[in-house]
Design a protein around this ligand. Structure first.
Ligand SMILES: [Zn+2]
Length: 261
């Protein structure tokens, strides 16, 4: 087995207060009206000469339009961590929702990795339904298409090894072409689940976040991501504030970045 391992950081760039029940598709028994915050993250993978960003967060426009203030802009946090945007070589876009795929213009030197199915989903007939299109920002899609025409986007058809120890897996479920990222680290395989599991509790209770394109793929996805790690604790959900409790700050001068591995 290869000995290449990577460091992994989660950057919490925004947060929102929500009602617990609003984070689950099926009824929850425990305190449905209680509060349960939802955090927003991008993830950084570094090592072996590679700098890979997983998702790009939401844009300034989306922040204003949707009334979601930044805790910190993702690009500023990356700079503070020592990896300014121009050092990012690869951007993996897990899916094209506004809170994951804004700002792709910030990473002008990067290749962008996306499932072709996700692009078809986000530019196809499903977007005629506002209940589905509401999660996307047309400015983000337009910017992505500009990068595509410039030759910067790599469209994937299923699973793909990006680098030795950084693997992409097509899951679907939450959106039609969602992908997750598995990274070899000093603590074993870490699985960046993005919105295949918003919260640890979505996964543990098999009760999805209520933004579901295919329930069948969503539930199959839980089994798939659990099978990709040796240790359940190595799954990193996409929006759970508990990530910030479980993991230490990466460096004191950047109180938004947590060291996953
Ligand atoms: Zn999403």
């Amino acid at each position: 087995m290869s000995s290449i391992v990577y460091e992994v950081f989660a950057v919490r760039f925004a947060t929102a207060n929500r009602r617990r029940q609003d984070n689950f598709f099926y009824a929850v028994e425990e305190d449905p009206q209680g509060s349960m915050a939802l955090d927003f993250f991008v993830w950084l993978i570094v090592g072996n000469g590679k700098v890979v960003l997983v998702d790009t967060g939401f844009s300034q426009t989306s922040s204003l339009v949707r009334g979601r203030p930044y805790v910190i802009e993702p690009a500023v946090a990356l700079h503070q961590l020592g990896y300014p945007t121009e050092t990012v070589q690869d951007v993996v876009v897990t899916h094209l929702h506004y809170d994951h795929a804004g700002n792709v213009g910030d990473y002008a030197h990067a290749r962008i990795w996306l499932q072709e199915r996700e692009l078809q989903f986000a530019t196809g007939k499903c977007m005629c339904d506002p209940r589905l299109s509401n999660f996307f920002a047309t400015d983000d899609i337009a910017l992505l298409l500009k990068r595509l025409y410039r030759g910067d986007v790599r469209l994937l058809d299923g699973n793909h090894t990006l680098h030795d120890g950084i693997e992409l897996y097509a899951i679907g479920g939450h959106t039609d072409g969602l992908q997750v990222v598995r990274v070899r680290t000093a603590r074993g395989w870490v699985l960046l689940a993005s919105d295949a599991a918003h919260f640890y509790e979505n996964l543990d209770a098999k009760n999805p976040f209520p933004a579901v394109f295919s329930m069948e793929d969503m539930l199959d996805g839980y089994a798939l991501i659990e099978g990709l790690v040796d240790d359940h604790d190595c799954i990193v959900p996409g929006h759970d504030p508990k990530v910030c409790e479980r993991y230490p700050l990466a460096i004191p001068s950047c109180p938004y970045a947590y060291r996953i591995a």
